[in-house]
Structures are given as structure tokens and as C-alpha cells.
Unconditional design. Structure first.
Length: 58
């Protein structure tokens, strides 16, 4: 049986054309309120831009 070609799969991918949806969170390192481009998951650390950069440099 021959498979039908449907082209690239894009149905479950976020479009990069528009602005990102930002979510409020509290930084796990400094405790400041920040916004992140993903929905924070309970039990996982979230870092603000400054703390993320300094952690990445370590």
C-alpha cells in the first residue's frame, strides 16, 4: 500500500511569526517576579534573565 504524501507536519508546532505568550513566574534564585516564554511547571526551577545568564556562565 502506498503512503499519501501530506507535506511537512506543522499542526503541533508553534508559529514563530507572532509575539510569544509570556507567563508570570517567580525566579528560583533571586525571588523576583519575572516573565518567561513557557508555562512554568510546579516543582521545576524558573530563572529570570539575569540569573539564567549567570547560571549558564558557571
Amino acid at each position: 500500500m502506498e503512503r499519501e504524501h501530506r507535506g511537512p507536519r506543522r499542526d503541533n508546532r508553534r508559529s514563530f511569526d507572532g509575539p510569544r505568550e509570556m507567563h508570570k513566574a517567580t525566579c528560583s534564585a533571586c525571588g523576583q517576579e519575572c516573565e518567561v516564554p513557557f508555562k512554568p511547571t510546579e516543582g521545576r526551577e524558573v530563572f529570570c534573565k539575569e540569573c539564567y545568564r549567570s547560571k549558564k556562565e558557571e
